[in-house]
Structures are given as structure tokens and as C-alpha cells.
Design a protein around this ligand. Sequence first.
Ligand code: NAP
Length: 316
Amino acid sequence: MKVVIMRELLPAGRKPLEECFEVVSLGLDASREEMLAAAAGADGLVTDLTFPVDGELLDAAGPGLKVVANFGVGYDNVDLAACAERGVTVTNTPGALTNATAELALALAMAAARDLPEAERDLREGTWQGWDPARWRGFELSGATIGVVGAGRIGGRFMDLVAGFGGERLYTARSAKPELASRHGARLVELDELLRESDLISLHLPGGPETEHLIDDRALGLVKPSAILVNTGRGTLVDSKALIRALEEDRIGAAGLDVFEGEPAFDPGFLTAPRVALAPHIGSATFRSRDEMSRIVAANVTAVLEGSPAPNPVTA
Ligand code: NAP
């Protein structure tokens, strides 16, 4: 059976697949045309968030396709209905990247709170004038009210990581999380209340039409002028132009962003807006997490192609 890795899978996942199947790996620079051509006749596709898995790609693969294994926990790039229509199982990699992504959210929160990227630039560019009582003042997280928007696996882990700061915890989710109430005294609230009351707001929702531009001009109009917004969920959660305006007009304290609308492009306004910490979508990029994600991808492909239930199926 043939498995096509549409871009790249690390050896921890690619090697076990090569032991069982004919494996074609296209590499990071594969064009859409190359992907469509290579998919023909595939039994399994290894995909990732950087390109759409839609009817066109599924049809290019043909009727033998049994599994689309997405390398990541998010699957907003996958047309689940199109896969279901064709009887194709979709899988993801939940859990393996929870800790890594929550840790990056904390790193961005702290970097944004103290404007670390800009402070470092001052040193690197040789413009530092020496210790200054007024310059480089930022925000402290100790005692902060911290709001987690989308308190699932990563949001819940983020709440564990910030426990040492004390302060109040708020969250949104579709369902209540009693364990977060008992561990952290966290309260389930409406988004608007979370936005109004939080000193640090961390976004951990999936992307897709339901959550697109959840943080827009209206939402940003509710936040404290000292609030820090962190986004490691998906770029589409935030209206980039609205956030840039809020930063430039001092209507929000700072922002830490790992994800962007239209990646790898992003609004250049983020490069000049004040008090922003930026990362190029590296939430899951630790050695441990990426190896484990790769193994999970391989386990899902292998299970489906051997006729067993997928360990990590995704349904609409
Ligand atoms: P998860 O456990 O499914 O958590 C998602 C949370 O969002 C849950 O609390 C869920 O509520 C809530 N939610 C889902 N759909 C919603 C909707 N339409 N409206 C309101 N709330 C909604 O997923 P996870 O493993 O924590 O991952 C979360 C997201 O992080 C992924 O989808 C992905 O986009 C992103 N991510 C980014 C990186 C990175 O590199 N930056 C790495 C990994 C993941 P319930 O709990 O009530 O279902």
C-alpha cells in the first residue's frame, strides 16, 4: 500500500511507515500541482496545517484513499465533510503537543508583559543608554486575573503552568471543566466577562468559521488597557488589523502571537506595533513533542491501513 507524506514527517514517524508501506515523501517545498499528482493512487495521506485537504485533493488521490493523518491537533485545514462523503478516516495528534504549546503561550505572555523582544533589540542595536528608572516598565503576572479562552487540553495545561502566579482564573469552553474549578478555583464565564476582567487573556480555541475573528474591534473594546493578549490557537481567531490598532492606540497592554492570519504571510503592522512578542508558529516545536506527534501520525496510518480503528479519529 502507498502512503504519501505530502510535505515532511520526522524519522520517528517516517521509519515505521517505511517498514510497512511504500512511502513517498514530497518535502517542504512541494507545490499544489506536485501534491495532486503524487496523491494519485494513495491509500494514506500525511497532511499538515499548511495546505487544504479538500475535495480536489481527495479526488486526486482516488477511491483507494482510506486515511488522512493530519500532523497536528488542529484540523481546520481538513474538509471533514468531504472526507466523510468519501469514507476517508481523518486523524490528528492530540496530547503530544499539549505541554509544549502551553509552555510557549507562557513564554509569549512573559515576553510580551516585559516587552522583551524590543528590550533585546535595544541591546543588539547598540542603542541602550543604561539603567533608566522609567524606561522598560512592563506588567507583572503575579496576582493577575488570567482568562483562558478555550480551556481544553492546552488551555487547561496553561492554567496549571500559571498556578504559581496566584490571582483569579476565568475560562470559556463549550462545557464546564470541574477539574479546573477544583485545581485552580477557575470559573466558567461568558467571553465578554472574561475579556473585561482578565489581566492576561490566552487563546486556545481551534480555528475555523465558528471562531473566526472572535477577537475583533468589539471584543478589544472590552479589554483593560493593561491587558496582555496571547494567541497560540489559530491566527484566524484574531482580527489582525483590529489588534494592531488597539496596540498602537494603547487600548491594550501587550500581545504575544505564535499564529497569524494567512501564514506564513502576516500583517506587517505587527512588526512596528508596540509591545508585541512574535513567534513563527512554533507552539509544538520541541524535540519531544514533534517526535511524539510523528509517531502518532504513523500509528494512525498503520492502524487504518491494517483494518483496525484509528487511535485518534476526528469527526465533524
Ligand atoms: P481541545 O482540547 O479540543 O481544546 C479546545 C477548546 O476550545 C475546548 O475547551 C473546547 O471546548 C473549545 N472550543 C472548541 N470549539 C469551540 C467553539 N466553536 N466555540 C467555543 N469554544 C470552542 O484542543 P487542544 O488540544 O487544546 O488544541 C487547541 C487548539 O490549539 C488547536 O485546535 C490548534 O488550533 C491550536 N494549537 C496550536 C499550536 C501551535 O503551534 N501554536 C499547537 C497545538 C495546537 P470544550 O472543551 O467544551 O469542547
